[in-house]
Design a protein around this ligand. Sequence first.
Ligand code: XMP
Length: 305
Amino acid sequence: MVDVETFIPEAKAEIAEAIGDDNAVIALSGGVDSSTAAALAYDAIGDQLTPVYVDTGLMRKGETEQIRETFEYMDSLRIVDATDRFLDELEGVTDPEEKRHAIGEQFIREFETVAREVEADYLVQGTIYPDRIESEGTIKSHHNVGGLPDVVDFDGIVEPMRDLYKDEVREVARELDLEEIISERMPFPGPGLAVRIIGEVTAEKLEVAREANHVVEEELEEYEPWQALAAVIGKATGVKGDNRVHGWVVAVRSVESRDGMTARAQEIDWETLQRIQSRITGENDTVSRVVYDVTHKPPATIEYE
Ligand code: XMP
C-alpha cells in the first residue's frame, strides 16, 4: 500500500518540476483518478493548469453539476458542453470498439481545442497502473490512455499516479480532502454510458441508462460494490396496463473487485433486487424488464461493451 504522506509531496514536486513555468491541461472526467490527479496538479502549479471537463452527454446523472461544485475553486476550470456533437458522432455506430473510437476521437477534438487556446505545453493524466496493463494487452482500447498525446503536440506527459492501484488512489483522494462523492465513487468508464448500451447510442436509450444507473447506485450503496451499473441490453415484450409493449431490457450488475481485472458478481438480496426492478420499470414507461447479471469476470467483462 502506498504511503500517502510521502506520496503526495513527492507527486506534487514531480509535477512542479516537470512543468516548470509552462502551462498544462488535464481532462477531468469526474472519476476518482482524474479528480485526484487534477487536485494534485492544481496544488502543484495552480492556474498554470487548466482542468477541462467535457460533458459528452454520456455522464452519470448530476455529474456535471457535481464537477462544477467540486472544482469551482480552480479558477482555470473549463466545462465544455459537447452533448450534441457526441450524439452526432455516435449515430449509426453499433460496434463496441468503433463506439470507443468515435468517442475517443471526438473527445480529442474537444480537448485539443482548449489545449490550443490555453497554449498548453504539458498534459497531466490520471492514468493508474491497471490502465497501463490493460492497454498494453489487447483486451480493450481504453480511450483515456494512448490517444491524446499523438494529436496535440505536447512537450511532455505527466502521470503522477502511474504506479498506483485504485484503492491507493482513493487513499490519496481522502488525504487531499476530495469530497466523498468523488473519493468513494465507483469507477466509471471513460466512454461513459455508451458502453452500458448495447448497439447504437440514442438519446432515448441514454436517458433510460442514466436513470437506471442512478437507481442502481442509490439502492446498492449499502453493499459497497466495487462497481454497480445498469445497462440497456435490448428489447423484449412486456405488459404495461392493458397493453403489450416492446420495451427496453435493463441488466443490473454489481461486482466486487480489487482492480477491475477480475471481478465477482455480488449476491444481492431479493428485496433489494425487487426494489430496483420496481423503481426502474416504474420510473420509466419504456422499460419492460429488469434482469440481474450473475456472471463473474472472467468469463464476462464488467461493462457490456
Ligand atoms: P471491463 O468491462 O473491461 O472493465 O471488465 C474493467 C474496468 O475498466 C472500465 N472500463 C473502461 N474504462 N475506458 C475506461 O476508461 C474504457 O473504454 C473502459 N472500458 C471498461 C470498467 O468500467 C471497469 O471498471
